[in-house]
Ligand binder design. Structure first.
Ligand code: FO1
Length: 312
């Protein structure tokens, strides 16, 4: 079994390629839940849903998140009443949040509910939330000279990354346990993949759970990552604001520095071939490949490159 550590949109594109390159039932995906948010009484797990919808082939491919052909009648109705709709929930997507929330309230764990949701979409890969406990990415921003903590979604979506970032916190991480099966999957994997996701708010919260970084660092198999930074900028999302906040350069070399001791190889884009030596200075082999996943064919070719370097 291959275990992939994943965030949302970038990871999902890559995973579509991975399940073409491997039997899907041989893939276990550990997904970040530190972006999860409770809104209007509903538990929303954006990265779990993005991975699920993308692998099910029902995602809005242009937007990256949510469902294709979504309708927004509920949000329009909420607007009428002056309810906050800055985090837009589509009508069909709300069905997923209603199901998840109802099952959690009835006592199911997030791991159990996720298995029910992925089964309902007929998915073969195993999708594991990183934890059944609440961990929250909190971005401390400089607002008029004061340090103001915000939920990641508030920083990203509501305030559109407008505030300078002072610090990134993983609230709840100290008392959270990895989800059932997470450490065991890593310990028995034939290879580990770190998807092209934000290292600070998608991958680090997974690694920071008790025993996870140790399981990756102590593996006897190979571990290969794909850089989410191309030519000094994130393919999407706020990594260019968050990497400097944790002291890392916004480049594939900065990503390598953050993963030093964890990865054997890092796939970097052809645009970054000139940074291969800087990547290798961290002790990680640099593999130069097209990482711009404009379609599933590029994602599948990239997945084959990753598998080659896992030396299965
Ligand atoms: N991203 C936005 O930029 N605006 C939104 O209104 C928004 C709503 C949303 C609803 C459900 C969902 O699963 C994801 C949603 N996202 C939205 C994406 C999300 O904020 C981020 O892409 C991830 O959290 C980052 O991995």
């Amino acid at each position: 079994m291959i275990v992939a550590l994943a965030g949302g949109v970038g990871a999902s594109k890559f995973l579509r390629g991975l399940v073409q390159a491997l039997p899907p039932e041989d893939v276990t995906i550990v997904v970040n839940t530190a972006d999860d948010i409770e809104l209007h009484g509903l538990w929303v797990s954006p990265d779990l849903d993005t991975v699920t919808y993308t692998l099910a082939g029902v995602s809005d491919r242009e937007q990256g998140w949510g469902l294709a052909g979504e309708t927004w009648s509920c949000a329009e109705s909420m607007d009428r009443y002056g309810m906050p709709t800055w985090f837009r929930l589509g009508d069909h997507d709300i069905g997923t949040h209603l199901f998840r929330t109802e099952r959690l309230r009835a006592g199911a764990t997030l791991t159990e509910v996720t298995a029910e949701i992925t089964a309902a979409w007929g998915l073969a890969p195993r999708i594991l939330p990183m934890s059944d406990d609440r961990v929250t990415n909190t971005i401390v921003c400089d607002v008029d000279g004061a340090g103001v903590p915000m939920h990641f979604q508030e920083y990203l979506v509501r305030r559109r990354m407008a505030d300078p970032v002072l610090e990134v916190r993983y609230d709840g991480i100290g008392s959270a346990a990895p989800g059932p099966g997470v450490v065991d999957a890593l310990a028995t994997a034939r290879g580990i993949v770190v998807c092209p996701s934000n290292p600070v708010v998608s991958i680090e919260p997974i690694l920071a759970l008790a025993g996870v970084r140790e399981a990756v660092a102590g593996r006897k198999v190979r571990c290969v990552g794909v850089s989410p930074i191309v030519d000094g900028a994130p393919v999407r999302g706020p990594a260019d604001r968050l990497l400097p906040a944790v002291g890392l350069e916004v480049s594939c070399a900065g990503v390598a520095q953050g993963y030093a001791g964890l990865l054997d190889s890092l796939v970097i884009d052809v645009a970054d071939a000139g940074r291969a030596r800087d990547v290798e200075a961290t002790g990680i082999e640099a593999v130069v490949e097209d990482t711009m996943m404009v379609d599933d064919d590029v994602a599948t070719a990239l997945a084959h490159t990753v598998l080659e370097h896992l030396e299965l």
